[in-house]
Design a protein around this ligand. Structure first.
Ligand code: PLP
Length: 381
């Protein structure tokens, strides 16, 4: 009996050795830590991680090892997860609607930063949370384009309401801050500009000096071959516009990326169960599994086809309809995918950039979706 091998060179080595029947997600700690360093080095403020994006313990542990020491959490379970893995981390409870039981547990677990977007939820916090040293950030929204998926439909106060809320936060003795989320996979840096300028106006209008400004997540990961995320440009723009808009009262900055930290550190492999009568491709994972986000945010074109030996198929591309394994007809990847034309039963479809909203949203519907995480040195097939 030899040592079991737990770190693989690359996805191909795993595929040819294990020949997995279930879907696999390949994880590169080096890529994750490099993404964390890119934010820590480039962002002009505190970098926190939005835990919901991918709450795998290996993700939290590697981010902490790289120097991430703040986390955006949305539930008592996420709070306990971070308390267990990174005991000293700052916890930002930035889900603006919480039950009283959730608030009580979060107070107990030492949360000192909260966000709100309504008067009713703010009154709950004022009633239940000791104000001393505690921050409440008012979350506001603007009708701004640029993201793949708009978060403003659910959360965020109008600018007018945000002014009232910010005044109330300050009057109640909490540290008054502002926060926004420009929408996820936001490839247009200028979306941040409008928000930052509005934040300065909210502060002025309320007559409150904004202690911190949280510029959200929304930073993109690499989904389309032709579109490389311009994260440094966005950092520079944020830095410049905050100084212009707030002048000498520049607030400290916070960001809470999810996707941009973990997205590119994972690649997903689904096995081709069948090429039905030479046409449609059926995979062993789909929109009820780790590929849940593709119909919402748009398909990723960083796709390769490997044969059963893990060798990349390099033939010409042809367009295919691709289905997942469940019996539900919506279990289909959006549109048609350009895949190597000699794709065959027993091959693997490898999709890169799959670390965000994949492991976390797998439903196991119809008994499918048993996902293995395999650690690799390199994500190159
Ligand atoms: C989901 C979420 C994030 C992370 O968003 P990404 O687009 O993945 O960066 C950040 N902040 C809040 C409040 C969120 O709900």
């Amino acid at each position: 009996m030899g040592l079991s091998k737990t770190i693989w060179s690359n996805p191909a080595e795993f595929l040819r050795t294990v020949r997995p029947e279930n879907p696999v997600i390949f994880f590169s700690p080096a890529v994750l830590q490099a993404a964390a360093r890119r934010f820590l080095d480039g962002f002009p403020g505190l970098v926190t991680y939005a835990v919901k994006t991918n709450p795998s313990e290996v993700v939290i542990e590697n981010l902490a090892a790289a120097g991430i020491c703040g986390f955006d959490v949305a539930s008592p379970n996420e709070i306990r997860l971070i308390r267990r893995l990174v005991p000293d981390a700052a916890l930002h409870f930035n889900n603006p609607v919480r039950s009283r039981a959730e608030i009580a547990q979060a107070v107990e677990l030492g949360v000192q930063s909260w966000s709100v977007d309504s008067a009713s939820e703010l009154e709950k916090l004022i009633e239940m949370v000791p104000a001393e040293g505690c921050e409440i950030s008012v979350r506001f929204k603007l009708p701004v384009a640029g993201a793949a998926y708009n978060f403003g439909a659910k959360f965020g106060a109008t600018v007018e309401l945000a002014v009232q809320l910010l005044k109330r936060v300050a009057a109640a003795g909490f540290i008054p801050s502002l926060t926004f989320h420009p929408g996820t996979q936001c490839t247009d840096p200028h979306a941040w500009e409008a928000y930052i300028r509005a934040a300065a106006e909210i502060g002025t209008e309320a007559g409150v000096r904004v202690a911190r400004l949280n510029v959200g997540g929304g930073f993109p990961n690499h989904r389309l071959q032709a579109v490389l995320p311009q994260i440094e440009e966005t950092f520079a723009l944020i830095d410049r516009v905050v100084s212009e808009a707030f002048g000498v009262h520049r607030p400290a900055l916070v960001c809470e990326p999810g996707r941009a930290l973990c997205g590119d550190a994972f690649s997903h492999a689904a096995k081709v169960k069948a090429v039905r009568d030479g046409g449609h491709v059926f995979l062993n994972d789909g929109v009820y599994g780790a590929l849940a986000e593709l119909p919402l945010v748009g398909v990723i074109d960083r796709i390769e086809v490997a044969d059963g030996e893990g060798r990349r198929r390099d033939s010409a591309l042809s367009s295919r309809i691709v289905f997942g394994p469940t019996c539900d007809s919506v279990d289909r990847l959006p549109g048609e995918l350009m895949l190597a034309e000699d794709i065959a039963e027993g091959d693997y479809l490898v999709i890169h950039g799959m670390g965000a909203y994949s492991i976390a949203t797998n439903t196991r519907f119809n008994g499918f979706g048993e996902l293995t995480i395999a650690t690799v040195l390199s994500l190159r097939l």
